[in-house]
Design a protein around this ligand. Structure first.
Ligand SMILES: [Zn+2]
Length: 237
């Protein structure tokens, strides 16, 4: 168990978090070479920092708008920020929830900006497009190509930050509880039963999409959420 306090917010990283992050990093796939192992480690570092930035978005904006004592826990399936004793208006709650993905997208923008300053906007765009969509890197300058080749681990880490903060940010905004998109839906959609129905349909569609893409971890993740939300519909019958 890792514990520390930052900006007055106690943070607890549970052992299961590292297992979840390692699974996502592909560290358990096949028989990794030394280099693949290093790349998995870099992914875990990028994931941990990105999730912390996201949770601090919730915690700090939550403390500002609702008071109370903010806490952050990283566990097997991601992060959790909560304000003990915080009191929120509906719009206060909205901004607290939105601040998590907002912090992630801000980190994405910051990494992009650093790339643009270091290599120029053209190279930054090509590199980012490749990391996000795996489109072929045409038109990359020889200078950046040179830097990429000589500093591969560092650029892999940079790419991980872009990928994680973009894609996880978008997935997290899907209307599926307990994701942030689901929590925002819950603020505006009544009755609560409808929120769970939306979640089940969305999560089931994501399972189909994940299976189509051959992404078993994502299929499992949304399958689990679909089941959780489905169980909740019953309690509102
Ligand atoms: Zn969040």
């Amino acid at each position: 168990m890792v514990r520390f306090t930052l900006f007055g917010v106690p943070v607890e990283i549970q052992p299961w978090f590292w297992l979840g992050a390692a699974m996502l990093s592909g560290a358990f796939s096949g028989n990794p070479t030394r280099e693949e192992f290093l790349l998995s480690l870099l992914f875990i570092i990028a994931a941990t920092i990105s999730i912390l930035v996201h949770e601090f978005g919730h915690a700090l904006v939550g403390r500002r708008l609702g008071g109370g004592r903010a806490n952050i826990v990283l566990w097997a399936l991601g992060g959790l920020a909560y304000n003990e004793g915080g009191r929120f208006t509906r719009s206060g709650r909205f901004w607290m929830i939105a601040a998590g993905p907002g912090a992630g997208f801000a980190l994405f923008a910051l990494v992009f900006l650093i790339l643009a300053v270091a290599f120029g906007p053209q190279d930054a765009m090509v590199f980012t497009a490749f990391e996000l969509f795996h489109v072929r890197s045409q038109g990359i300058s020889p200078r950046m190509m040179d830097f990429l080749t000589n500093n591969f681990p560092f650029m892999k880490l940079t790419g991980d930050f872009l990928w994680i903060n973009f894609w996880w940010g978008i997935l997290n905004l899907l209307p599926v509880l307990p994701l942030d998109g689901g929590r925002i839906t819950e603020l505006y959609v009544k009755p609560q039963k409808r929120v769970y129905q939306i979640a089940v349909v969305t999560a089931a569609a994501m399972v189909a999409f994940a299976l189509f893409r051959g992404s078993l971890y994502m299929a499992f993740f949304f399958g689990f959420l679909a089941y959780q939300n489905y169980k909740e519909i019953d309690t509102y019958r």
